[in-house]
Design a protein around this ligand. Structure first.
Ligand code: GRF
Length: 202
């Protein structure tokens, strides 16, 4: 399975995915990493692993559609079959969704549909929930609204700060994202409306 990763930042989820691929745990290969931020550490991680790395900068384009078309062209050039958003801080629009229907995944650091948006961990902490976690989901036009593939839960502790909770969740993210990609690679994910069913291994 040829994976393209979109990332805006430090890229620890990208690293987890690359590591699982390299270890032979995932029948997949990250073939291209694209960032909207030229300085993103995710790009360094890709280069360090010998993977093609590009920055595509939003303000260099006349419209969001043209910006996304440039990303789609790169993904197609690398014959990407699955697009993984890993800390990609933009809403996905029509060009990407149409080019990769049901083939874009995202990871979110909360148990959706609770606490969507940019500050999942902080919002969960401030709300006072006792359990939070992370969610891998297919991407649709909304903000963190697409069909849920897998979730993992972690406790919220009384002495948690945003940072300690985020770290506990991140540890789970690094396992959950590769697990979801593996199911996709094995052809075991079946979307039925809002539900994603996991089929048995053949
Ligand atoms: C993760 O917490 C992810 O859930 C969220 O953004 C963060 C990205 O971290 N979407 P990293 O760049 O993968 O280290």
């Amino acid at each position: 399975l040829r994976i393209g990763v979109l990332a805006s930042g430090r890229g620890s989820n990208l690293q987890a995915i690359m590591d699982q691929c390299a270890a032979g745990q995932l029948p997949a290969e990250v073939v291209v990493v694209i960032s909207d931020k030229p300085g993103a550490y995710a790009l360094e991680r890709a280069k360090g692993a010998g993977i093609a790395a590009y920055s595509v900068v939003y303000k260099d384009f006349a419209s969001k559609a043209e910006y996304e078309q440039a990303i789609v062209r790169l993904l197609e050039q690398y014959q990407v079959q699955l697009v993984c958003l890993a800390g990609y801080m933009r809403l996905v629009g029509e060009p990407l969704l149409q080019a990769f229907p049901n083939r874009i995944m995202n990871i979110h650091p909360a148990l959706l549909p609770s606490f969507p948006g940019l500050h999942g961990q902080r919002d969960a902490l401030n709300y006072g929930v006792k359990i939070s976690g992370c969610t891998v989901h297919f991407v649709d036009e909304g903000m963190d609204t697409g069909p849920i593939i897998l979730q993992a839960a972690v406790p919220v502790l009384d002495d948690d700060t945003e940072e300690t909770l985020a770290a506990r969740i991140l540890e789970q993210e690094h396992k959950l994202y590769p697990a979801a990609i593996k199911l996709f690679a094995e052809g075991r994910l079946e979307i039925q409306g809002r539900r994603v069913l996991v089929k048995d291994k053949e």
